[in-house]
Design a protein around this ligand. Structure first.
Ligand code: NDP
Length: 326
C-alpha cells in the first residue's frame, strides 16, 4: 500500500486547521477507482466545509475536485481504464491529495487537449455554470442575467458561457479591476457592488424592467438587492453563501415583488446521476476545447500552501480559479 500526502481537518475553524498528513492509499473496491492526481481545484465549498457551515464527520479529508491519471479500477467500472486522463468534481471530500481511492461515478474522461491544471480548475465551477445555464431555468439568446461575484472562479466561466449563448450578462464584482476582468470575459455590463447600488443600476440598464434571472452565490449581502433586480415572474437562483447564509425568506415578498420564482440548487443533485454527470462534463469539455470558454487560473500553489490559498479566497483576493499542485 502506498502513501499519499493528503489535507485533512480534525476540527472546524480557520485556515490553520488544515493539516497535510501522509495517508495510506489502498486498492479500489467495487465501483471505485484509484487516481494519481496532478492538480487539485480550490472551491468556496471547501471553506464552508472547513468552517463547519456545511457539516462533515471529523476528522475528514478536504477538497472536491482534481485531475490526474487512473492507476487502478475496481470491479464494475467500465467508463475509465488504467492510464486514462480524468478529472472530477465529486463528494466525498478528499481531493486535496497526491492520490486517492474514490467512487468512479463522477470521474470523467479528460480530453488530451485540456491540461491537468485546467481540468482541476474547471470541473466543479464549470459544471455549475453548465447546470445554471442549461438545467435550472429555460434561458435563450437575448435574455438578461444578473451574475454576482463575476470575476471569481464560477463567475469568469459564466461570463464566457453567457457570451457564447447570446445572453446579456450583467456582472457584479467587488473592485473596479474585477469588473474590468468580467467585461473582458464577456459580461455586457459590470457593476462594482461595493461602491454602487447594484439593484438601482440594474433598473437603469434594463430600462426599468429588471433582469430575467439572477444567479446569486454571495448570499446574505446581495439577496435583497437581487430580489429587487428581477422583472415580474423572474427567477432568483440562490446558489451560494460567500458572504453568509441567506436568512429565512418570507414567501409573501415574492408575491409583492411580482410573482417571483426562487430556487436553491446544488451541483451535487445534478451530478448524482452518472449519465447526466458525464453529459455535463462533455458539454463543459466541448466549451473549453472549442475555445468558447478559457479557464482562468488566477493562482497556482503547492499543496502544502493550502491554508494560504484558503485565506486568499476568503479575503476576496483571488480572481478566476486557484489550483493546488500536490
Ligand atoms: P469565487 O472565486 O467566486 O470566490 C468567492 C467570491 O465571492 C469572492 O472572490 C468575492 O468576489 C465574492 N464575495 C462577496 N462577498 C464575499 C465575502 N463576504 N467573503 C468572501 N467572498 C465574497 O468562488 P467559487 O468560484 O469557488 O464559488 C463562487 C460561489 O459559488 C460560492 O459562493 C460557492 O459556494 C458557489 N457555488 C455553488 C455551487 C452550487 O452548486 N450551489 C457550486 C459551485 C460554487 P468580489 O470581491 O468580487 O465580491
Amino acid at each position: 500500500m502506498s502513501m499519499a500526502k493528503t489535507v485533512i481537518i480534525e476540527e472546524n475553524g480557520g485556515p490553520e486547521v488544515l493539516k497535510l498528513v501522509d495517508r495510506p492509499v489502498g486498492d479500489p473496491g467495487t465501483g471505485e477507482v484509484r487516481i494519481r492526481q496532478h492538480a487539485c481545484g480550490l472551491n468556496f465549498i471547501d471553506v464552508y466545509q472547513r468552517t463547519g457551515l456545511y457539516k462533515l464527520a471529523l476528522p475528514h479529508a478536504l477538497g472536491m475536485e482534481a485531475a490526474g491519471v487512473i492507476e487502478a479500477v475496481g470491479e464494475g467500472v467500465t467508463h475509465v481504464r488504467p492510464g486514462d486522463r480524468v478529472a472530477y468534481a465529486s463528494a466525498p471530500p478528499g481531493a486535496y491529495a497526491q492520490a486517492r481511492v474514490m467512487p468512479a461515478t463522477q470521474v470523467c474522461p479528460l480530453p488530451d487537449d485540456i491540461s491537468f491544471e485546467t481540468g482541476a480548475a474547471m470541473m466543479l465551477q464549470g459544471m455549475t455554470v453548465e447546470y445554471l445555464f442549461h438545467r435550472t431555468v429555460p434561458l435563450k439568446s437575448g435574455d438578461t442575467v444578473l451574475f454576482h461575484a463575476a470575476a471569481g472562479g464560477v463567475g469568469l466561466i459564466a461570463c464566457q458561457w453567457a457570451r457564447a449563448l447570446g445572453i446579456t450578462l450583467i456582472a457584479t464584482a467587488g473592485t473596479d479591476e474585477k469588473c474590468a476582468l468580467a467585461l473582458e470575459h464577456g459580461a455586457a455590463h459590470a457593476i462594482n457592488y461595493r461602491t454602487d447600488d447594484f439593484a438601482a443600476r440594474v433598473r437603469d440598464l434594463t430600462d426599468g424592467r429588471g433582469v430575467d434571472v439572477v444567479m446569486d452565490s454571495v448570499g446574505r449581502d446581495t439577496f435583497q438587492g437581487s430580489i429587487d433586480s428581477l422583472r415580474p415572474v423572474g427567477m432568483m437562483i440562490s446558489f451560494g453563501n460567500a458572504s453568509g447564509p441567506v436568512p429565512p425568506v418570507d414567501l409573501a415578498v415574492l408575491a409583492g415583488k411580482g410573482s417571483l420564482q426562487i430556487t436553491r440548487p446544488t451541483l451535487f443533485t445534478h451530478i448524482a446521476d452518472h449519465a447526466r454527470c458525464q453529459d455535463m462534463a462533455r458539454r463543459l469539455c466541448d466549451m473549453v476545447v472549442s475555445g468558447k470558454v478559457k479557464v482562468q487560473i488566477g493562482a497556482r500553489m503547492p499543496l502544502d500552501q493550502v491554508a494560504e490559498a484558503h485565506r486568499q479566497l476568503e479575503a476576496r483576493a483571488t480572481t478566476g480559479a486557484t489550483v493546488l499542485i500536490p
